[in-house]
Design a protein around this ligand. Structure first.
Ligand SMILES: *Cc1c(COP(=O)(O)O)cnc(C)c1O
Ligand SMILES: [Zn+2]
Length: 430
């Protein structure tokens, strides 16, 4: 893709494998040298915060030239109830969802809505016409919301699952620029991904890129930026539940930038505490075996069956950004991090406890993270006065449904299998 005329000004994108500048390579920024992520390097090493309520206050460290008019951002506050229960003096909550009393206005109720605005804008600036997003729920809602509430001309093809169609709601009427392809029952998230990848053989359709996408990671990185400016420093410990690993990598990358800034990091980087939901825990299994690669037969046997049992089904990614250079393995290694397994029962009771003590409903994946913090405290991993950041990656679903109307995204076409004929799809989608 020709991107000479949209050459970025305030950042470069560098391949972590061979260190070459891939800024001019268009939306995909794949270097091709090997198995490595590319990372944004911003011209301003000192974080300048723009006078904006939205996440675009961090536009100096977002990989777009222009801003999109979106609402909402990550919000950090100091916990009282949950902190007292756990016996922690400095527990901060990064709340990513809908909670007007706390100024939290991510209306699709997850931190995927920190990824979608910069990704949509970056796609437009890279001359992408149609972006393909495969998702069981939160990612689809976030991208659909961004496309439906802004003036962007980007078209969106969503690949979703009939079995999860109840999660495909929006707080506003869906834009006509959104086309939903729904896979019938019997398919799971990996089928949606494989169909999404096949769709990009149709001219004009580009896949959003997942963890490879610097706009997604830097958007999610605003969780750490927001926390650092609220607390006045980076936390000692960062807790998050991961599926693809994107958010964990983003937290690490943001803390590296904050270290270069010089005002927020004294000594060590935040230690990453990353969790998965039993019985599907491929990254925990590989990490605990000190392995950089995930061995499917060892780390995720019976994947299909295990995924069906998950309380937090957004954590069901079979191809996470774990082994890749600059991915989860490196993030954990360089921050002295650790991983946790959380059962459905532990997560459910953590969700109840959190809701009782903090006064807001949280989504299952956030409950997995909360349960991992309970485990860490019980195991004596955290000192009373350590600064702890719990990433509540989604919440306020009940609240948004009380406050807003609810519009269902309707399928443009239903398909039976991910490997079927593309001709009919092409007709509908172009
Ligand atoms: C996607 C998602 C996660 C997992 O995030 P990754 O960092 O991409 O693995 C956790 N919680 C919620 C609510 C999510 O939507
Ligand atoms: Zn390279």
């Amino acid at each position: 893709m020709d991107s000479n005329n949209s050459a970025p000004k305030h950042y470069k994108i560098i391949c972590l494998g061979c260190h070459s500048d891939v800024s001019g390579k268009g939306y995909g920024v794949r270097c091709g040298c090997g198995n490595a992520l590319s990372r944004t390097v911003y011209q301003d090493t000192r974080l300048e915060i723009a006078a904006e309520e939205s996440m675009w206050r961090f536009s100096a460290w977002l990989p777009t030239t222009y801003k999109l008019q979106t609402h909402g951002r990550s919000v950090t506050y100091k916990s009282e109830g949950f902190a007292r229960e756990l016996g922690l003096k400095e527990l901060f909550i990064s709340f990513n969802g809908y909670w007007p009393q706390r100024n939290a206005f991510l209306e699709t109720c997850s931190f995927k809505e920190l990824e979608s605005p910069p990704t949509v804008q970056r796609a437009v600036e890279s001359k992408v016409k149609t972006l393909v997003v495969s998702s069981v729920g939160n990612t689809a809602r976030a991208f659909a919301h961004t496309v439906s509430t802004t003036s962007t001309e980007l078209k969106l093809v969503l690949v979703g699952l009939e079995s999860a169609v109840d999660k495909l709601w929006l707080p506003e009427p869906p834009s006509p620029n959104i086309k939903l392809v729904l896979l019938r029952r019997g398919n799971d998230y990996s089928d949606a991904i494989s169909l999404g990848n096949r769709l990009t053989t149709i001219p004009g359709l580009v896949t959003e890129g997942g963890a490879m996408n610097v706009a997604r990671r830097d958007g999610m990185g605003t969780v750490m930026l927001e926390a650092a400016i609220t607390i006045g420093r980076v936390p000692d410990h960062y807790f998050q539940a991961i599926g693809s690993g994107t958010g964990g990598i983003a937290a690490w990358e943001a803390s590296l930038r904050l270290k270069r800034d010089g005002r927020f990091v004294e000594g060590h980087l935040p230690k990453l505490h990353l969790s998965q939901n039993l019985p599907f825990v491929p990254m925990v299994s590989a990490w605990n075996a000190h392995r950089r690669t995930i061995e499917p037969s060892i780390d995720m046997p019976d994947a299909t069956k295990s995924i069906k049992k998950l309380y937090a089904d957004v954590l069901s990614n079979r191809n996470p950004a774990y082994a890749i250079r600059g991915g989860v393995f490196d993030a954990l290694t360089e921050t002295g991090g650790q991983m946790y397994t959380v059962s459905n029962n532990e997560a459910r009771s953590a969700a109840r406890l959190f809701e009782d003590l903090e006064g807001i409903d949280i989504v299952p994946a956030a409950a997995v993270a909360a349960a991992s913090l309970i485990q860490a405290v019980a195991d004596g991993c955290i000192n009373y006065s350590d600064v702890v950041l719990l990433n509540v990656t989604g919440g306020g679903v009940q609240k948004v449904k009380e406050d807003k109307a609810c519009y269902q995204i309707k399928p443009a076409i239903n398909v039976t299998r991910p490997d079927g004929d593309l001709a009919e799809l092409q007709e509908v989608l172009i």
